[in-house]
Design a protein around this ligand. Structure first.
Ligand SMILES: [Zn+2]
Length: 407
């Protein structure tokens, strides 16, 4: 039996959080209500066009895309994660910025509908596991990741109430100026998401969950090919020592310090408290987290689908592979392809003896069926393609691949 993929969200509880935050921030700095800059978003979420946005509450069933569309250009959610991390698939928007873009009037967790659907298709294709099971895993992981961003936000609000200092906005503003290698909140968020895939049975609530080890491994591979600090967080021992969690506590404290200088001792104490509270579960059955007051319980964070449209089509689109890269990089460099013959197409013989027919170059990017054929000949999965693309710095380093064993 699967656990639910979302809590039953109570909209008056979600609105109450907005009002509490307004009260606390307003009493510290009356100008806060007018501030329109949304610092809770990562750069991946900021990229989105806010024209023609549609937000829908997440129901009990998620529409899985069954259309094959093999003539279409191959668009990859894995490739998008490689470029921008998991926040390009789902993102968190703070209750403090409810009236700003994207989706004014809404806050919380947003699953980007077409990107989730694409990721589920790629995962199911690679593993042969049913789409609805892949979907369950993806949504559970994403929920764990994004609810962690809410937890940091809510913890900061609690500290603001007692310290009379703004903490979250200066912290986010500070981190947004750093490069992706220093976004430690993302490392811990990925770790939190992975923890959400741990098997459990809860006698009190009757919830049980058991994730397939193959799918968990798949998610770990996605984390490892993510950029910068997103790729950390796979190793618990790194997190428990002074790894990303320690750095995160430090960054939150730096934000506080930049607004109002405080004594070194109180900074140290504050950092210790934040550090202790940055992990700990509570998300499994959506009951909350022991460090958060009831009003700020994890289950009160809303969860939505979001889609963008431009001229009737869904945007933003996903990462594609230029035909030129397939030929010059993947086939010639990585697979050590040698031109065999030219008819109306070019044919290459690759390292395992297979022959690859190169698509005509009237398209800029490779199509779904062409991509699938080439990967079949090369004997690798989509996730391997993206992982190797990352490891070889787009087919330039450590190429051709080491001796192909044909297995
Ligand atoms: Zn994130």
């Amino acid at each position: 039996m699967f656990n639910k993929i979302k809590p039953n969200v109570n909209s008056s509880a979600a609105q109450k959080i907005v009002d509490i935050a307004k009260g606390i921030e307003g009493s510290i700095d009356p100008n806060m209500a007018e501030c329109q800059q949304n610092d809770s978003l990562t750069s991946a979420a900021k990229k989105y066009d806010n024209q023609e946005v549609s937000v829908e509450p997440i129901g009990d069933a998620f529409p899985i895309n069954h259309a094959d569309g093999s003539e279409d250009v191959y668009q990859s959610a894995i490739g998008t994660i490689e470029e921008d991390g998991f926040d390009a698939i789902a993102f968190y928007k703070s209750f403090r910025f409810i009236n700003t873009d994207p989706a004014p009037g809404y806050w919380g967790i947003f699953y980007i509908k077409n990107r989730v659907q694409t990721l589920v298709s790629e995962m199911s294709f690679d593993t042969g596991i049913q789409k609805n099971i892949c979907l369950d895993t993806v949504l559970r992981f994403l929920y764990g990741h994004e609810i962690y961003h809410y937890k940091v936000d809510a913890l900061c609000l609690q500290k603001e109430a007692t310290s009379n200092n703004l903490i979250y906005r200066p912290y986010r503003n500070y981190v947004n100026q750093l490069s992706v290698t220093d976004w430690f909140e993302e490392s811990v968020a990925n770790y939190y998401g992975l923890s959400n895939l741990n098997s459990f049975f809860d006698r009190t609530t009757g919830f049980s969950y058991d994730c397939s080890s193959e799918l968990k491994e798949y998610i770990k591979n996605l984390i490892s090919l993510s950029p910068g600090a997103y790729s950390l967080g796979l190793d618990q021992s790194v997190l428990l020592k002074l790894g990303p969690r320690g750095h995160l506590a430090n960054q939150i404290t730096i934000g506080k310090n930049s607004i109002s200088p405080t004594s070194a001792l109180s900074i140290q104490l504050f950092e210790d408290v934040i550090y202790k509270q940055l992990l700990l579960d509570g998300f499994k059955d959506f009951t909350g987290d022991s460090f958060l007051v009831n009003d700020l319980a994890l289950k009160n964070c809303p969860v939505n689908f979001i889609s963008w449209f431009r001229n009737g089509s869904v945007v933003p689109s996903l990462t594609t592979i230029p035909l030129r890269e397939m030929k010059e990089g993947f086939i010639k460099n990585y697979l050590n392809g040698k031109l065999d013959r030219v008819t109306d197409h070019e044919y290459y013989i690759i390292d395992n003896g297979e022959t690859i027919k190169l698509p005509n170059s009237h398209d800029k990017d490779i199509r779904i069926y062409e991509f699938k054929n080439i990967l079949d000949k090369a004997g690798i999965k989509k996730i391997d393609f993206w992982q190797q693309r990352n490891l070889t710095n787009r087919w330039k380093k450590n190429v051709p691949r080491s001796k192909f064993d044909g297995s």
